[in-house]
Each structure stands twice: as C-alpha cells, then as structure tokens.
Design a binder for this molecule. Structure first.
Ligand code: RIB
Length: 282
C-alpha cells in the first residue's frame, strides 16, 4: 500500500515518552504498522509546542504515510495543512474540538468516577485528588468524574492538590506534603500511575510511615506494568494503551485508502483494577 512519493513511515508524536502509557500506545501502533511494512518514527513533544511543530514539519518533509498525534492544544489548522498535502492525521488520546479529525480516546470522566466510587465503596470519605496541570484535558476530565461521584455522597469530601506535571517527582512532593499533615485524608486518587508511584514512595518513607492502604488508600490511573510491581501493588484505572495505538493506526490506514471518508471517533471504556493499595484483602 505504498503511495507515490510517500516514505514507508508513520509519524507518532507523544506528550511524554517517559510515561509507559505512551510506550504502550507506540507499541500497539508499531505492531499494526509492521504488518503493512511501515515503520513508526517516534517524536516526543514533552508538552512543548515548538517541539511538536518541529516533528510535524519533519514528517511533512519526509512525506510520511500519515501522522498519529497526542496534541498539546488545538492544532486543527496545522493538521488541516498536512491533510491538504496528502498526509492524514489521527488524534490519539484526545479528540479535536471540531471533530474534523479521527480520534481514539478513553472516557476519562467515567474513569475518574470509577476510581472515586471504588474508594467510597471501600469506606473512604476524606478524599484527595492529586493531579495537574488541569490544562491537560485528561486530568480535568478525571477530576470532573471524581467530583461527580463524590457529590452523590454528602458524607464524602474531595480536595484537589494541583501538580505542575504528571511525574513521579511531582507525586512524591505532593505525597510528602500530605504525609506531614496533622490530619490525614483516608484516600488519594492520583491522576496517573507515575504520580501514584511518587505519592506511594513519599507516604512509605521513613519518618512518614503512613500505611497503605490501612491509613490511606491509593489509586492511580493507566495501569502501567509497574503498577502491579509496586512495593504495595497499586490499584488503577486501566486504559487499553496498546489497543489505542493499534486502532489509531488502523484508522489511519483506512484514511490513506479512502481520503474522503468521514472522520471516525473511537472511545474505549476504562476498567477498574483492584490491588492491595486500596483493598487490604486483594
Ligand atoms: O497525558 C497525560 C495522561 O493522559 C497520561 O498519563 C495518560 O493517562 C493519558 O491518558
């Protein structure tokens, strides 16, 4: 399925290559691409619009088959220009505001709700959501879902601790601040597993000695492989990361074959995975 003048490559731009969630997305895309004799070229924007622009330019110069991208903001106009040059794009993990580009996403509001409903079902009432920046749509949606679930229970409080990045270090800092409080919350919902790992480390450090889950239950998001391997195995909301990449590549191939097809929007449902960090009996 080689088109005239196009290289046998597909460009993939992710927001943070250190996050295993995106590694799994890349792997899913690469597996499907390989079946077509295509190679995936990975670009890491690190949430920097200049780097995102540079990668899109590179893929345009290379006449890539197409582009999969987890964009930082609204880049509809830029992707429109690529499409006009015969390079289709599929959005990964975010939908385009006007839905003119196909997208593969996960219902983050449902995921946020699921996490908080689980904590409440474990008898927790003083909850903290640790995550940010809220400009990341997924984080804002997870918080929205969490608030919806908490609001249905008058006895439950939900506090927001905002981070400036979704990283282990940011999670560790927030965890240390929480562990030092005179009155502890009894549950923490971290916006992703990297943050949860940092929180877990801070809670368990000598001097803090907060017990997980006895004193504080902790749940993350993504269900990366390391979640099950944590000192206290981490409960999480699973996203089908590999399937996201695989499906995005599939849609891209369809658009290459049929450039006039209407955009497709696939939304996966997240799944609760219960481990010891929220349930002592798990
Ligand atoms: O990009 C931020 C987050 O969105 C990732 O951790 C992953 O959860 C994704 O959905």
């Amino acid at each position: 399925q080689l088109r005239d003048g196009h290289s046998k490559t597909v460009g993939l731009v992710v927001l943070d290559v250190r996050n295993p969630f995106f590694t799994d997305v890349a792997r899913g895309a690469e597996t499907r691409a390989a079946q077509e004799g295509l190679s995936v070229i990975l670009g890491n924007s690190d949430e920097d619009p200049a780097r995102e622009r540079a990668y899109l330019e590179l893929f345009e110069q290379q006449r890539s088959h197409g582009v999969l991208i987890s964009p930082i903001g609204d880049i509809t106009a830029r992707l429109g220009a690529l499409r006009a040059r015969g390079i289709p794009a599929v959005l990964v993990d975010r939908a385009s505001p006007d839905r003119t580009f196909s997208s593969v996403t996960v219902d983050d509001v449902a995921g946020g709700r699921m996490a908080v409903e689980h904590l409440i079902s474990e008898g927790r009432t003083r909850l903290v959501f640790v995550g940010g920046p809220l400009s990341i749509r997924q984080v804002a949606d997870r918080l929205e879902g969490a608030e919806l679930a908490a609001r249905a229970h008058p006895e439950v409080s939900l506090e927001l601790v905002t981070l400036d990045s979704l990283s282990v270090i940011a999670g560790r800092k927030a965890g240390a601040e929480i562990a030092a409080r005179a009155e502890l919350p009894d549950a923490i919902f971290a916006a992703n597993d990297l943050v949860a790992m940092g929180v877990l480390q801070a809670l368990m450090l000598q001097g803090s000695n907060v017990r997980v889950p006895e004193d504080i239950a902790l749940i993350g998001y993504d269900d990366i492989d390391f979640a099950a391997a944590a000192v206290v195995p981490l409960s999480s909301i699973r996203q089908p990361a590999g399937m996201i990449g695989h499906t995005a590549l599939e849609i891209l191939l369809e658009e290459v074959a049929n450039p006039d097809a209407s955009p497709r929007h696939v939304e996966f449902q997240p799944e609760l995975v219960v481990r010891r960090s929220t349930s002592a009996s798990a």
